[in-house]
Design a binder for this molecule. Structure first.
Ligand SMILES: C[S@@+](CC[C@H](N)C(=O)[O-])C[C@H]1O[C@@H](n2cnc3c(N)ncnc32)[C@H](O)[C@@H]1O
Length: 281
């Protein structure tokens, strides 16, 4: 059976994460547009402090799907555990994470290439396992969560983070209104496999869910140039040739049919904090 959702299609992962510049461009455009919502790494740290029994004496911390290492670095800097391991399937992102972390003297932080379905760590070795914005790349996210449970110590915590299915719907409406992909509002959400509505249920078979919270993040993009920086990286649209991956051309195509204007959009970020079922209640 062929997989049509690009976030779940193994043959499209190199296009998504084969070069660090795509993820950096996409994240920077989103960050510049942000008007409401806490920085996600800080929110993860706050949840660990609130729910871990000894947040100031953490041993090994695992950050799966760590990408360019932003959360891994924040965990190392703010929680000062014995060691943080960032794990990611994409070598380009692991290299970039290592480069970014190089100047962080005194922090015990390393990055490993690997698959979060088979974490290369022994059972019961971690105090904390984080999976932020990555479980929706697995067709079997519950298997990844079971793997996090395997590597967690009995009192260890997992913090899982994802977005809602409807995230950035206003961008879909813009693409449809511009006539660039008339079906833009009808494509399956990129987050279908692990989203705000099913994250706690995915965790429940392996872990005891202690806490779940949602926070709405809001974004206002300055105009077509700014929104095109993000839109051009979105693999779900069926754009005319030459626009995917090309923010300049996409901005021009938007300007040809729609007056340049700000775009406000939103996404709900969901956090689930859970503990190994072997842990104390
Ligand atoms: C959107 S990025 C999230 C990066 C980071 N966690 C953050 O919050 O910014 C998703 C990451 O998941 C990684 N990923 C996808 N499938 C994976 C797998 N099977 N094993 C490990 N990492 C994977 C991708 O390479 C990518 O770096």
């Amino acid at each position: 059976m062929s997989i049509t959702n690009p976030f779940l299609d193994p043959s499209r992962q190199a296009e998504l994460y084969g070069h660090a510049s795509r993820l950096a461009g996409r994240s920077n455009a989103l960050l510049r547009a942000k008007t409401a919502g806490r920085p996600v790494p800080d929110a993860i740290v706050r949840l660990v402090r609130a729910h871990h029994e000894r947040p100031d004496r953490l041993g090994l911390v695992l950050d799966v799907g760590c990408g360019r290492g932003t959360s891994s670095m924040a965990l190392a800097e703010q929680l000062r555990p014995r060691h943080v391991i960032g794990l990611d399937a994409a070598s380009a992102l692991i290299e970039q994470a290592r480069r970014r972390a190089r100047h962080m003297a005194g922090l015990h932080l390393s990055f490993l290439r690997g698959d979060f379905h088979q974490v290369p760590l022994p059972a019961s070795s971690c105090d904390l396992a984080v999976a932020a914005f990555c479980l929706y790349h697995s067709t079997h996210p519950a298997t990844v969560i079971a793997e996090l449970d395997r590597v967690l110590l009995p009192e260890g915590l997992a913090v899982l983070v994802t977005k809602d299915l409807d995230s950035y719907r206003e961008m879909d409406e813009l693409v449809a209104a511009a006539g660039l992909d008339l079906g833009a509002t009808g494509h399956e959400s990129l987050y279908v496999s692990a989203h705000s509505g099913n994250l706690a249920d995915l965790a429940a078979p392996s872990l005891d869910v202690l806490h779940a919270e949602d926070e709405e993040h809001r974004f206002t993009f300055d105009g077509h140039d700014h929104v095109a920086e993000y839109l051009a990286t979105n693999p779900k649209y069926h754009l005319p040739p030459g626009l995917y991956g090309n923010p300049g051309a996409l901005a021009t195509a938007l300007r040809d049919v729609l007056p340049d204007q700000q775009l406000t959009t939103r996404s709900v970020v969901t956090y689930v904090v859970a503990r190994s079922k072997g842990g104390r209640s």
